[in-house]
Design a protein around this ligand. Sequence first.
Ligand code: SAM
Length: 384
Amino acid sequence: MLVPTLLEDLQRHGWLRFDQFMARALYCPGSGYYEQKPDNPGRHGDYYTNVSVGPLFAELLAFQLANWLEPLAERAGTVFCVEAAAHDGRLAREVLKWFAAHRPDLSRRLRYLILEPSARRRSWQMATLQAWRHQVEWPGSPTEHCPANQDAWMPLSPQSIRGAIFSNELLDAFPVRRLCWNPRIGSWSEWGVGWDGHRFVWILLPDSPEAQQEREGLLDKFGIEVPPALRAVLPEGFTLDLSPSALDWWARAAQSLAEGWLLTFDYGLSAEEVLQPHRRAGTLRAYYRHHLAPDPLAQPGQQDLTAHVIFTGLRRTGEAAGLTTVLHEPQARFLVRVARQWAEAHQGRLPWDRARLRQFQTLVHPEHFGRAFQVFIQKRLAET
Ligand SMILES: C[S@@+](CC[C@H](N)C(=O)[O-])C[C@H]1O[C@@H](n2cnc3c(N)ncnc32)[C@H](O)[C@@H]1O
C-alpha cells in the first residue's frame, strides 16, 4: 500500500528528498508506521519510551505540572494541559488520574487538549480515555492525505493557551533532511531517495548554487556553525540530520502560548555535539522489534525511523517567539529533582510501590533512559 504511493511520488520527480520519504513512511493515513499499532512503544512494539515503562513518568510529570499550574489557575481560572504525540493516550490517562486523586481543585479547572493529526490514533486515544472524555478535547480536523513534508500540523491559534504544552518523543519522530558534506563543491549536498527497480536506494540530489545556499541557511536556523578550519578537514559524506518541521512545530507551539510552559522530552544534541567526529554518519536510526535495523529505506511503514533533536535550534526558535529558556538537562537530573520535591511534600517519603521504584530506576539510570533523554523547557511569562 505504502510502496506504490511512494513509487508514484518518485515517478513524478525522479527522486524524493529524505524528509518527504520519512514523512510518508511514518505518517501516511492507514499505512504509515505510526498508524499500525497502539502498543508500538512497549514490549510488543519496536522500542520503549518513558511512557511505556509504566505510570510513574506521568505521575512525576503531573506533580511538576501541578506545581506550575496551580498558581496560574488561581489567577486565570481555567488552565490548559496540551499534549502532543499522545499515541494511545496512556500518558494523558495517567496525568488526569493523578490530578483527580492528588489535586482535585486543579483538576476541576483543567482542560486537557490532545494535538493529534491522525484519525486512527484519535480513536485509540478516545478508547483509552473513556472515563475522562468530559475533560479531554481534540482540536482541529485530522489530516486525510499523506503528509508532504514540512507542514507540521498545529491547530492551536496564537496566544490561545494559558498552561503547559508538552510531549514525550514528538520531535525525534519528525522527518529529517539529510545534508552531507561535499568537499568537491566545498558545501553541503543532500541525500534523497530513488528506486533501482527492486528497492529504495540513497541518491545524491542535484546540486545548484541556490540549493547550496538554501542548505547553508538551514544550518544557520539550527545554530550550527562550521568554521573555515573545520570545513577544510571535514570528511566527505559527513552527515547532518536536521528537522525543519520540528522547528516549525516548536515555533507554532510557542506562538500559541499566551502564558506558561513549553517542554519536551527527547533524544537530542546541541549544535556543537552534531559536529563531533563520531557523529559523521548522522543520527538517523531505524528500529524493528527492539533492534537497530540496518537500512532506513527498507520496509517503509514497518520500521520506526527517528533522529536526534538539535536543541540549539529549538532554543533559538522559542526565544525568537518571545519565550525564555528555563532549562535543558538530562532527564535523570530533572526527574530526581521532581522526586525530591515530591518526597519533601510527603515528610521525606515517596509513596511508591516496588513497581514504581523499578520504573524510577529505568527512567533515571544513565544506561537506560537517564542520560540519552533530555528535557528542554521554555516559558512565557505574563505581561505585566
Ligand atoms: C515516538 S512516538 C511517541 C509516543 C508517546 N508519546 C510515547 O512516549 O510513548 C511519536 C509520536 O508522535 C506522533 N506525532 C508525530 N507528528 C505529530 C504531530 N505533528 N502532532 C502530534 N503528534 C505527532 C506520532 O504519531 C507518534 O504517536
